[in-house]
Design a protein around this ligand. Structure first.
Ligand code: UFG
Length: 342
């Protein structure tokens, strides 16, 4: 595999920082760009420490500004871009749809416009949210997309379509891949990078670790009357390092000319359903502690159960989730303790 330069937009965030580490360890050059609207420099500093790359290029910029995007592409010999730069809070997107459509669509359009001019391949970070409440489980890439239940989810669907249309319009001059993430959790084994939610966490694992460390009093488990084995929702929790590695496989496939179609979609999940209660129990067991939790009413907008069929990613990309949920939950706890200076 030839060494390539990969632009990671939104590269200072949770997923972007883990992807940057894995790209560097696979031998690529990486350019990290971020507007820092939803993170600080903690993870970028952690990436530099883990990789020993003090000279790692970092550009603070706004992907909604087309001129800035164009300038970035003219300054670095970018072969592929992995696009993370987007807002991601489901609830906020319902309250402020214009903010979400404006940011998530314009930034992606700018990246695509420049990338297609320069013949640069594009990997888009999509989400299992495009499947909505599935009729059949597990979901494959062929499972129908359901109408989005939030503007955030809609931006994922729209961006997938924009990518597919653009790749088609260039006649395959640029290639595109959309990775549909299930529920990314955990942290790097070094505990130097991880999830850094601002304010009260929306997602389950940061809420669990913040409760365990004493920052939150009690975890509310949203609903125990779902038609699932223990009554709580089921998800496919994918380790963040495993997820990051899927990007290396995807980028390599794109730049080495191994794609079967000019636009491809892959599920990135484990294929294992885990309920909220099972996850809480596993967290307690692996970390040897008791978590303060209670059952609360269902949260609006939650699907009952969703997990991936990851066969396509396993067989086509050669990628497979490797870390156990216990290892992942231990890493999430180590990260929370690192943040607390413990
Ligand atoms: N949950 C709780 N208590 C909490 C937080 C979450 O019980 O404090 C439960 C939820 O009800 C759900 C499960 O934990 O059953 C997972 O919830 P998360 O918020 O961690 O994840 P979601 O499955 O809701 O979110 C995922 C992605 C989002 C995406 C969303 C679409 O993380 O990016 O699916 O529905 F938009």
């Amino acid at each position: 595999m030839a060494k390539k330069t990969v632009l990671v937009s939104g590269g200072a965030g949770f997923i972007g920082s883990h992807v940057t580490v894995e790209l560097i360890s696979a031998g690529h050059d990486v350019v990290v760009a971020d507007n820092m609207s939803n993170c600080d420099m903690t993870c970028f500093e952690g990436v530099k420490k883990i990789t020993g790359r003090e000279d790692l290029p970092f550009i603070k910029m706004d992907f909604c500004n087309a001129a800035e995007v164009d300038k970035l592409f003219s300054e670095y010999p970018i072969d592929a871009v992995i696009h993370f730069a987007a807002f991601k809070a489901v609830g906020e997107s319902v309250e402020e749809p214009v903010k979400y459509y404006k940011n998530n669509l314009i930034s992606f359009l700018n990246v695509l416009e420049t990338a297609s001019k320069r013949g640069c391949n594009v990997l888009f970070s999509s989400s299992a949210t495009v499947y909505g409440e599935p009729d059949k489980l597990p979901v494959t890439e062929e499972s129908p997309r359901q109408p989005a239940t939030s503007p955030y989810g809609n931006t994922k669907q729209i961006c997938e379509d924009i990518l597919s249309d653009t790749v088609k319009a260039t006649g395959g001059k640029i290639k595109g891949i959309a990775l549909r993430y299930f529920n990314p959790i955990g942290a790097h084994p070094s505990a130097l990078i991880g999830e850094l939610p601002r304010g009260v966490p929306n997602n389950l694992v940061p809420f669990i670790t913040q409760t365990a460390i004493g920052k939150r009093e009690c975890l509310s488990i949203f609903g125990n009357d779902y038609p699932t084995p223990d009554g709580t929702c089921q998800r496919d929790y994918i380790d963040i390092v495993d997820l990051a590695k899927a990007h290396v496989f995807a980028v390599t496939r794109m730049i080495d000319g191994k794609m079967k179609k000019d636009y491809e979609i892959f599920n990135v999940g484990t294929g294992r359903p885990v309920s909220v209660l099972e996850l809480v129990n596993a967290f307690e067991k692996v970390n040897g502690l008791k978590l303060n939790y209670r059952f609360a009413p269902r949260r609006a907008g939650d699907v009952t159960a969703i997990w991936a069929d990851p066969t396509l990613a396993n067989e086509e990309m050669g990628w497979k989730a490797e870390r156990t949920v216990e290892e992942t939950l231990a890493s999430a706890w180590a990260w929370e303790k690192h943040l607390a200076g413990k």
